[in-house]
Design a protein around this ligand. Structure first.
Ligand SMILES: C[S@@+](CC[C@H](N)C(=O)[O-])C[C@H]1O[C@@H](n2cnc3c(N)ncnc32)[C@H](O)[C@@H]1O
Length: 219
């Protein structure tokens, strides 16, 4: 039976969905494992992309499984992914959709995209991996065209101080084992510090971890 979390309907147990949250935090290549077994992108990933249009940049795109969820109003998609194995996997998916896709090697700290060239930037379960969050968010601001938006689906430092402390304590080990993930990172505070206005956000617990899904724009 489907379960409700916030306004999001969880996939039923019988249906396999791809990378639903923190379970992905092993080597980044593990993001491919679900797809090889025939899983589908999660409903949250679909919702993340609802209503997008124009030129969209997805950062830390992994194996590109979300590509099939982009609405037809999107004219061009650029993916940035540092891992060659995942870029190759994304290339396979890109060939199956109508929207042109550019797959770029690159790093969150220096996006290989021109200033003000994107109508939207998309990230899911990526900002936790940024070595320097503020540097990445500066890059996101740089590439967004005037009026552009950031769509984010990220895990978020717990609102419970005891859990947040535990997240901080495990970070040194967790980060090494889990593709650079910083579980205690306060993404919403980071966005505001970087000069974004968080226009909408849905905050929910999923498998014991807080997550946030929303829209932010440069102030
Ligand atoms: C947990 S996976 C999420 C993948 C995908 N966005 C998704 O929703 O399934 C984190 C992704 O961030 C990428 N990543 C990690 N560090 C990065 C960096 N410094 N620059 C760009 N991408 C990075 C990883 O290669 C991986 O594809």
């Amino acid at each position: 039976m489907a379960t409700q979390t916030g306004d999001l309907v969880e996939p039923p147990d019988t249906e396999r969905h791809y990378g639903e949250g923190m379970e992905q935090f092993h080597h980044p290549r593990s993001v491919c494992a679900g797809r090889r077994e025939g899983s589908a992108p999660t409903p949250r990933r679909r919702r993340l992309l609802d209503g997008l249009s124009g030129r969209v940049l997805e950062i830390g795109a992994g194996d590109g499984v979300k590509l099939i969820c982009y609405p037809s109003s999107v004219e061009e998609i650029a993916l940035v992914e540092p891992d060659p194995f995942l870029r190759a996997a994304a290339g396979g998916v890109a060939g199956s959709i109508a929207v042109p896709v550019q797959i770029l090697a690159g790093d969150l700290g220096s996006l290989p995209v021109a200033d003000a060239s994107c109508d939207a930037v998309v990230c899911s379960l990526v900002l936790c991996c940024a070595r320097r969050l503020q540097e990445t968010l500066r890059e996101v601001r740089r590439v967004l065209a005037p009026g552009g938006e950031l769509r984010f689906y990220e895990h978020q430092r717990s609102a419970n101080p005891v859990v947040a402390l535990a997240e901080s304590l495990v970070t040194p080990v967790w980060s090494r084992a889990a593709g650079g993930c910083h579980p205690a990172r306060d993404i919403l505070a980071g966005l505001r510090q970087a000069g974004f206005v968080v226009e909408s956000v849905d905050r929910f617990a999923f498998r014991h971890f807080d997550h946030v899904l929303g829209v932010a724009r440069p102030a």
